[in-house]
Design a protein around this ligand. Structure first.
Ligand SMILES: O=C[C@H](O)[C@H](O)[C@H](O)COP(=O)(O)O
Length: 242
C-alpha cells in the first residue's frame, strides 16, 4: 500500500486483522465503506498469494465493483445461500457491540448480509468506539412513495420516546437526492444520544415506508479496532481485551 495517513493506517490494521480470520473454503460477506475498502484490498492480496478458494457476496455495488476490479469473484447472496463470516465497517460501536451503520447508505444490504452470516466482524478505527450510540446521525432508508407521511410517523415516534426534535435530513450527495442501491432515499436522524436502542429500533421497523434503519443490535460478534501504529484491539460484547 502507498503511504497511509494515521487514520488510514488504523483502518488498514483492523482490515488486516479481520482478513487473518479468513480460511480456505469460507463463504464471505464483504462490507461497504472506507474501512471495508482496505479489507477488500487485503482479502484480494491473500487470495492472490495463497490461492484461497472463497465464495464472496458484496453489500453494495461499490464493494462489488472494487472486489471485481481486484480479481475477486462476487456472487449474489442468494446464490451462496448462507455465509460463514461478514466483515464490515461501522459508524459507531458501543460497549455491547451494538452499532450504527449506514453512513454510506448501504445498511440495508449490509444488515441482510450480516443476518445471513454465522459471524459478523466489524473493522474500525478508534474514533468509532463510543459509550452510547447516537452522536452519529441515524440513517433510515425509506421508500420514496409517501415519504412525507413516513417522516411524520418517524417524528411522532421520536417524540414519544422523548428523543431529539432536531430536524431529520433527507440525504443529499453532490447536490442531488441520494438514492440507495435499492433506489430508496435516506432520512438522517440527529438524535445526539439513543438511551433505548431497542425501543427505537422496534418503533422504526413498525412504520410503513421504513425499509431499514442503521441500528445493528446484537448482530456483531467481534470488533477489531486498529491503531495508526498497527496494533489492534479486539472488542467482544461488554468486554475489551488487547
Ligand atoms: O453505509 C455504509 C456502511 O454502513 C459503512 O460500513 C459505515 O458507514 C462505515 O464506513 P467507514 O468505514 O467509511 O467509516
Amino acid at each position: 500500500m502507498p503511504d497511509l495517513s494515521p487514520a488510514e493506517a488504523a483502518k488498514d490494521a483492523a482490515a488486516r486483522a479481520a482478513i487473518a480470520l479468513v480460511q480456505d473454503g469460507m463463504r464471505l460477506g464483504l462490507g461497504t465503506g472506507s474501512t471495508a475498502v482496505f479489507m477488500v484490498h487485503r482479502l484480494a492480496e491473500r487470495v492472490r498469494a495463497e490461492g484461497l478458494r472463497l465464495r464472496c457476496a458484496a453489500t453494495s455495488r461499490a464493494t462489488c465493483d472494487l472486489a471485481e476490479s481486484l480479481g475477486l469473484r462476487i456472487e449474489e447472496l442468494d446464490e451462496i445461500g448462507w455465509l460463514d463470516l461478514t466483515i464490515d465497517g461501522a459508524d459507531e460501536i458501543d460497549p455491547d457491540l451494538n452499532l450504527i451503520k449506514g453512513g454510506g447508505g448501504a445498511h440495508l444490504r449490509e444488515k441482510i448480509t450480516a443476518a445471513a452470516s454465522d459471524r459478523m466482524v466489524v473493522v474500525a478505527d478508534p474514533t468509532k468506539v463510543v459509550e452510547q450510540l447516537g452522536a452519529f446521525h441515524l440513517p433510515v432508508e425509506v421508500i420514496p412513495f409517501g415519504m412525507q407521511t413516513t417522516r411524520t410517523h418517524i417524528q411522532r415516534l421520536l417524540d414519544s420516546l422523548e428523543l431529539s426534535r432536531r430536524p431529520m435530513l433527507l440525504r443529499q450527495r453532490d447536490g442531488q437526492l441520494f438514492r440507495t442501491d435499492e433506489g430508496n432515499v435516506i432520512l438522517d436522524l440527529s438524535l445526539e444520544a439513543i438511551p433505548e436502542c431497542e425501543a427505537l429500533a422496534a418503533g422504526l421497523s413498525a412504520i410503513p415506508g421504513v425499509v431499514e434503519h442503521g441500528l445493528f443490535l446484537g448482530m456483531c460478534d467481534l470488533a477489531l479496532i486498529g491503531s495508526p501504529d498497527g496494533r489492534v484491539i479486539e472488542m467482544t460484547a461488554a468486554q475489551v481485551a488487547e
